[in-house]
Design a protein around this ligand. Sequence first.
Ligand SMILES: Cc1ncc(COP(=O)(O)O)c(C=O)c1O
Length: 364
Amino acid sequence: MSIPRAHSGIDNIKPHMVGLARQSVPPAAIALNSNESAFGPSPYAREAARAASASMERYVENVDSILSPAIAEAHGLDVNRITCGQGSDDLIARLVRGYLGPGLALMRSANGYLKVPNYAHQANGAVIHVPDNNFTPSVDNMIAALNDSVKIVYLANPENPAGTYLTGQEVRQLHAAMPNHALMILDCAYEEYVDAPDYEPGHRLVRDASNVVTCRTFSKIHGLAGARVGWVYGPEDVIDTAKCLALTFPIATPSLAAALAALEDKAHTDFVRRENARLRTWLILELAGLGLNTIASQTNFVLIHMPDPGRSAEALDTALRSRGVALRRMASPAYRDHIRITIGFQHELQRALELIDQFVRGEI
Ligand SMILES: Cc1ncc(COP(=O)(O)O)c(C=O)c1O
């Protein structure tokens, strides 16, 4: 008996690219594995979500007429160039669905955000994985890899899982080499954490170009990962395409209320930014004190290098997990000797450091 078969692009999505290998493991007491914000959302956002849950029997009609103006005001952007969705991944997926197809390719930095190839496979498009420079996207390699099939150039800036970034000048150099018919998706999920002076916020290139969008999220600095709210800023025709591909009523009532309140609480956002920067610097120094190198990070996480096979990233992961601390390893072989740690509260990081110290000393 034959069964319905999905289209062939789906076959390229392997099980490890969909779920986590350790899905059945109980949640860790200290979760430093998913780049969420330990600091959580603004208390006003929590309260707004709680209050909004009283009217969950209603759909949120036209979320863009409510949330986009608030985003436009908070960021000084044109409201007509914004649309919102279920996290920035929803918007990336929609854009890939809208612009990619058989015979067309999405170009990405080989060790960049690992979810994006799935969206290309879902659209039956090809993926060009461009070699990087020690986990920093290589503009030269990306320019050299451009060809007529490239319809989307996807760049996370800063990157996940490495935390590296490209300067504004480098991003513009890549963009200048792209044909106008190709779309650049500049994924700036971690933009608020960046303090490098030569970084350029994604929306500036959107302003100056006709084929660039920037995706943003409430999941990171606003601490609303579970609410699933993101937005994209781009040329009006691209935004219209993203709107056409939306689910009906894409954002839940409490999530919308939380996002609106989060935008208002600038003091909380500033606090999280400052605290993240302080703890990131401290953590990197502490790790160096244990003899461990890290990749320079502009985000709310740090990638640790574990080159000693006798003290591997995998063994560290297992040792910490069994003691209630979750870090993140990546399925890609390029990251075999690395493990990522999210910036949590200081006491959480302190506990992780104690265990890492014991691990490198061979005590656990
Ligand atoms: C680079 C990058 N883009 C997008 C996302 C997805 O974020 P969201 O929760 O907004 O879907 C993530 C999540 O970790 C990410 O690291």
